[in-house]
Write a protein that binds this ligand. Structure first.
Ligand SMILES: N[C@@H](CC=O)C(=O)O
Length: 314
C-alpha cells in the first residue's frame, strides 16, 4: 500500500509514450525502439511510459511485452530517467500477470486498464484493482480509463472506487467541459489526474491536472517538455499554444479518425512521423490500419507554421 500524496504527486508533468517501430513483416524493430528510448531520454522529458494505446499493448505477445519492458527499464535505469510500465491488457488474467512481471522491474508506477470485454460493475472494478495492487507488491498503480474504455467512470464513480484501493495513486482519463472540471475538483482531489496532452494547460489552469501521458510528446518530446515548463511561469502563453495545438488536431489529425476510421494509435504515430524525431514510422501492427507516411510529410510544414514553439529548435 502507498500513501496518496496531497497536492504534490510523484508522477507528474510531461510523460512520453513509447511507440513501437513496426517492420514490413509486422515484427517489432527493437533496435529502432532502443534508439527511440535514447532520444526520449535526451529530450529530458519528465518520464517515459510504455504500453498505452499508442504503444499497442493490445496487440503484442507476452514475450514481446517482456522484451519491451526490459529494454525500457534497462535504458531508463542507466540514465536515471523515471519510467512507468503499462501492464494494460483487456483480459484481466493476462493483465495481472503483466503487473506481477512489471513490478520486478521497479518502475515508478504501473498502468492498468479495467477488464475490457464485458464492462465491469463498480464492485468488480474495485476487486480487479485490489488484485492488481496485490500483484504490484507496493508499486503504485495508475488507472488508464480513456473515453474508449468499455467502462468509463465519471469523477464521482472514480472517487467511490478509488477510496477502496489506495494503491491507485493516479488516473489517466479524458477530461471534459467546465462542469467536468468542477466535478473532478469536488471528487478527486488528492488523486493525480493525467489529462490528454493537448489539454494540459487547461488541466493546469483548472487546478486539476498533475500532468499528461502525452500525445504532444508524440509530436515532439522536447517541444512538449518546453511547453510543460512554460505552464509554470507563463500559463497565458501556454494556453495560447494549446489553442493552436487543438486547432491543428481538429483540422488536420482528428479527421483521420472521424472520417477515415483510423485508431488513436494511428493518429499518435502520424504525429511522431510529423515530428520526425525518431525512427518510429506510421506503421501499426496488423490488422490495424496505419496512415500513409506521405501524410506526415504533407502535414510537417503546416505543423511547423502553426506550432513553432513545439516544433522549433530547442
Ligand atoms: N492516449 C495515449 C496518449 C498518448 O498519445 C496513450 O496511448 O497513452
Amino acid at each position: 500500500m502507498v500513501d496518496r500524496p496531497g497536492t504534490r504527486h510523484a508522477i507528474s508533468g510531461n510523460w512520453a509514450t513509447l511507440l513501437l517501430p513496426i517492420d514490413a513483416d509486422d515484427g517489432i524493430d527493437f533496435a529502432g525502439l532502443a534508439e527511440e528510448i535514447d532520444v526520449l531520454i535526451a529530450a529530458d522529458v519528465d518520464g517515459i511510459y510504455s504500453n498505452g494505446t499508442a504503444g499497442e499493448f493490445h496487440n503484442q505477445t507476452e514475450v514481446e511485452f517482456d522484451a519491451i519492458q526490459e529494454l525500457l527499464a534497462e535504458r531508463c535505469r542507466r540514465a536515471g530517467m523515471p519510467f512507468v510500465v503499462g501492464a494494460c491488457q483487456p483480459d484481466p488474467r493476462l493483465s495481472l500477470e503483466r503487473v506481477r512481471r512489471a513490478a520486478t522491474l521497479a518502475p515508478a508506477g504501473i498502468q492498468v486498464v479495467l477488464p475490457d470485454w464485458w464492462p465491469v460493475s463498480e464492485p468488480e472494478a474495485v476487486d480487479f484493482l485490489v488484485m492488481a495492487a496485490e500483484a504490484a507488491a507496493g508499486v503504485p498503480l495508475i488507472l488508464y480509463n480513456p473515453p474508449h474504455a468499455k467502462r468509463v467512470l465519471a469523477p464521482a464513480e472514480l472517487a467511490a472506487v478509488l477510496a477502496q484501493v489506495p494503491d491507485v495513486v493516479g488516473v489517466k482519463l479524458g477530461d471534459g467541459d467546465v462542469a467536468w472540471y468542477a466535478e473532478a475538483r469536488t471528487h478527486l482531489s488528492g488523486i493525480a489526474l493525467y489529462v490528454p496532452g493537448h489539454h494540459l494547460a487547461t488541466g493546469m489552469r483548472e487546478g486539476v491536472a498533475a500532468g499528461a501521458f502525452s500525445n504532444v510528446a508524440c509530436l515532439s518530446p522536447a517541444g512538449a517538455q518546453r511547453w510543460t515548463r512554460q505552464m509554470a511561469d507563463d500559463l497565458a502563453g501556454a494556453l495560447d499554444v494549446e489553442r493552436r495545438l487543438q486547432a491543428f488536431m481538429d483540422e488536420h489529425v482528428v479527421p483521420f479518425r472521424r472520417d477515415g476510421g483510423y485508431s488513436n494509435a494511428a493518429l499518435d504515430k502520424l504525429l511522431a512521423a510529423v515530428g520526425a524525431w525518431a525512427p518510429v514510422g506510421t506503421r501499426l501492427r496488423r490488422p490495424y490500419r496505419w496512415i500513409d507516411r506521405a501524410e506526415a510529410e504533407r502535414l510537417r510544414p503546416i505543423a511547423r507554421a502553426m506550432l513553432p514553439e513545439i516544433l522549433g529548435p530547442s
